[in-house]
Design a protein around this ligand. Structure first.
Ligand code: FE
Ligand code: FE
Ligand code: FE
Length: 167
């Protein structure tokens, strides 16, 4: 007989998914900082790396709240998004459009995280895990703020710089 799975199972699975994703992102951000041409871009990626460390700790608290051990579950989506970012780093190395490409990759990461946290907050609320809601909400707010900063960075300089052709 098939196991009957509930919203608790779905919540745990998705928590493991974002936990795995955050750990991958933690490793990817210093590489993006190294690759970025602008100082603002570098500083932004490093700042979000530090925030990501804190997000992982909040997720560990959420695992504790639901009485489960903190364990990741392979997220192929984040692996794919990060691979695309690495492709841009290689293919646009030394090019004026590099930073615009890095920002676009970083925004794909943030949007994946925003989607996951939005869902997890709704489910934690439904399941009555009030303390988990607050922790997940704190992570969501950092992802949203990062997404907005990336938009500003792209509009303020990276996109325009990307149009310049070498003569
Ligand atoms: Fe994150
Ligand atoms: Fe995933
Ligand atoms: Fe993020």
């Amino acid at each position: 007989m098939a196991t009957i799975k509930t919203l608790d199972d779905l919540f745990l699975d998705t928590l493991k998914d974002i936990y795995f994703a955050e750990k991958q992102i933690l490793k990817a951000l210093p590489k993006m900082a190294r690759a970025a041409q602008s100082e603002e871009g570098k500083a932004g990626f490093l700042q979000h790396r530090d925030e990501t460390q804190g997000q992982i700790e909040r997720l560990e608290q959420v695992f504790e709240i639901i009485g489960k051990s903190a364990r990741g579950k392979t997220c192929e989506a984040i692996q794919g998004i990060i691979s695309e970012g690495e492709e841009i780093m290689e293919e646009f190395k030394g090019s004026p459009a590099l930073d615009a490409g890095l920002i676009s990759s970083a925004q794909a990461v943030e949007h994946y995280e925003i989607a996951r946290y939005g869902t997890l907050i709704a489910w934690a609320d439904q399941l009555g895990h009030t303390d988990a809601v607050a922790l997940l909400q704190a992570n969501l707010e950092e992802e949203e703020a990062t997404d907005q900063k990336l938009t500003q960075l792209a509009k303020a300089q990276a996109n325009a710089k990307g149009k310049i052709k070498a003569v």
